[in-house]
Design a protein around this ligand. Structure first.
Ligand SMILES: Cc1cc2nc3c(=O)[nH]c(=O)nc-3n(C[C@H](O)[C@H](O)[C@H](O)COP(=O)(O)OP(=O)(O)OC[C@H]3O[C@@H](n4cnc5c(N)ncnc54)[C@H](O)[C@@H]3O)c2cc1C
Length: 376
């Protein structure tokens, strides 16, 4: 029987293992942590945003959008839901098309995988950090505590983001042994750092804002959503989405009152600081008047375009995903290495990252599906 070693027990690795075991393959799943799916259990603020009904390649960043599109065309959001529900549970979209388990508990999604893997009698080795991978005829997978031979290997060891879940970027070296390169990596879906002077005194204030990322004065990204001022910059749903597009030295411009009409705002600002009561947070209103040194036209303009110079991000430790990784150019349409037959890749280790909203987990499942098509 063909034996496949899957390296990494995250969303992509577990999905691969389930698919391959269902197809009758002998599978060994190696995970360096003590438990499977630790990151999956933390997703979506613990609620698990597993996919998005608005699914196409325009929501992804990679070195080959067409290849991403072809993989997604074979695995839609409905397919992701059907796959998850084939293990149990019910998955439902919210008003923005983001799909969650009905019970809104990400750890329960991990439990579905664990139960299915046990039912399929997949050999799961935890505490098994793979340290070396080589091929002479068959593959040899060396890990802390042992060694396994396999006919094919799926490298699903994640990227560099959120190393508390076992992903510190060291697994790229396993691919580099076969001549693979790693495109430059950077953290995405992460808080933005801003000039500290611009956010001083605003920590903890949350606004529903229109957000624009400006580069050289031109808007390169626009969205609307939650923005939370922090000690060092801005966080929140809109900021996470914008972080996929923003670069250091860009400017973020916030419309702090996206639904208010100009005539009412003019009247309010004309009444002085107190006029902004119940229009923006009190402390924010005072901050705007201070910044504008009482100039009411300036307050009005700050309300609609509050400028925040971006200086960077909070970094990989706080990021949800990794930009960069093993380039698609080095992989075929089923994510098999063009440099080493039988070596496959799935999930975040590949140079594909999605926008906020379920796109990264979808990629984990869709890439596992692509690998499964080839190896089944
Ligand atoms: C806090 C947080 C919230 C998120 N929320 C969402 C969300 O709601 N929706 C969404 O779509 N995406 C979300 N993401 C992103 C998403 O979780 C990841 O993109 C996705 O889990 C990647 O899956 P993966 O299997 O490729 O990698 P991972 O889930 O990172 O799994 C890789 C596994 O490989 C193991 N590993 C690494 N090296 C080795 C080795 N040498 N040997 C053996 N094992 C190894 C790691 O321990 C890890 O368990 C979130 C991420 C974070 C951090």
């Amino acid at each position: 029987m063909v034996k496949i070693a899957v390296i990494g027990g995250g969303a992509a690795g577990m999905a691969c293992a389930v698919r391959l075991a269902r197809a009758g393959r002998e599978v060994v799943l190696l995970e360096r942590g003590e438990r499977l799916g630790r990151k999956l259990s933390a997703t979506g603020n613990g609620q698990g945003n597993v996919t998005n009904l608005a699914m196409d390649a325009s929501h992804y960043f990679s070195d080959d959008p067409e290849k991403v599109g072809r993989i997604l065309s074979r695995f839609s959001a409905r397919d992701a839901v059907a796959f998850l529900e084939s293990m149990g549970g019910v998955f439902l979209p919210d008003a923005r098309g983001r799909v969650y388990p009905a019970g809104r508990q990400a750890s329960a999604v991990t439990d579905l995988f664990r139960r299915e893997l046990a039912t399929l009698r997949v050999r799961v080795l935890t505490g098994a950090r793979v340290t070396d991978l080589s091929r002479r005829g068959r593959f040899t997978v060396k890990f802390t505590g042992g060694e396994e031979a396999a006919d094919a290997v799926v490298l699903a060891a994640g990227g560099r983001a959120a190393k508390q879940f076992g992903t510190d970027g060291t697994a790229y070296a396993l691919a580099e042994r076969f001549g693979h390169t790693v495109t430059p990596t950077s953290p995405v879906l992460v808080q933005l750092r801003c000039d500290p002077a611009a956010v001083r005194g605003l920590k903890g204030i949350r606004v529903d804002a229109g957000l624009r990322v400006l580069r050289g004065g031109r808007a390169v990204y626009t969205c609307r959503g939650d923005v939370l001022f922090t000690e060092s910059g801005i966080s929140g749903d809109a900021v996470f989405r914008a972080s996929s597009h923003a670069r250091p030295s860009d400017m973020v411009s916030l419309d702090l009152v996206p639904d208010a009409d100009t005539a009412r705002l003019e009247r309010a600002v004309g009444a002085g600081e107190g006029g902004l009561l119940c229009i923006v947070n009190n402390a924010l209103g005072r901050h705007l008047f201070r910044l504008a040194q009482g100039d009411r036209a300036r307050v009005l303009s700050l309300l609609k375009a509050f400028p925040l110079p971006v200086t960077g991000t909070l970094g990989f430790d706080y990021a949800q995903a990794t930009r960069g990784g093993i380039p698609l150019a080095e992989l075929d349409g089923h994510l098999m290495s063009k440099l080493c037959a039988g070596l496959y890749f799935a999930g975040e280790i590949v140079n594909v990252d999605g926008e906020c909203g379920g796109y990264n987990l979808h990629w984990a499942f869709a890439s596992a599906h692509a690998v499964g098509e080839a190896l089944s």
